[in-house]
Ligand binder design. Structure first.
Ligand code: FES
Length: 137
């Protein structure tokens, strides 16, 4: 299993590797849908990238990954073990908890490693032009 390179201290404190958007105006949550404007969040337009979305009125933290194939995935950014944030593991099709136990899930949320044998939710995602639309309830 591939693991993300993090220091012991980063894992102990649950410091995740994934950034929030540089331009927080490039997304909005409205009527149950997280709408991401890729023309404003260009850091998410390259394969092998990820951003985390939280705050505003979002009811759940969301990790959005642009996989190596350029396809987008949206995952509940909350490890099912103790709730810490997840990071995309480059070179894989997985996301991994930033904590010491490194719970690991597929892009669709299936648990493949970790102390708690529970999958994490993934969210329906569609793309309309330069906008990603993610249903989060
Ligand atoms: S909180 Fe994720 S493995 Fe413990």
């Amino acid at each position: 299993m591939e693991t993300l390179s993090r220091t012991f201290w980063q894992r102990l404190t649950g410091s995740c590797a994934t950034s929030i958007p540089a331009n927080n105006e490039g997304w909005v949550y409205k009527e149950g849908t997280l709408n991401i404007d890729l023309t404003q969040l260009t850091e998410l337009t390259q394969p092998g990238t990820a951003l985390r979305f939280e705050g505003k009125d979002l009811p759940k933290r969301v990790l959005v990954v642009c996989g190596a194939d350029g396809k987008y995935h949206a995952i509940h950014n909350k490890c099912t073990h103790m709730g810490r944030r997840l990071d995309f593991v480059p070179g894989t099709e997985t996301v991994q908890c930033c904590s010491i136990s490194k719970s690991t899930y597929t892009f669709d949320g299936k648990r493949i490693h970790g102390p708690r044998k529970v999958d994490v939710d993934s969210f329906p995602l569609s793309q309309e032009g330069n906008n990603l639309l993610i249903v989060v309830k």
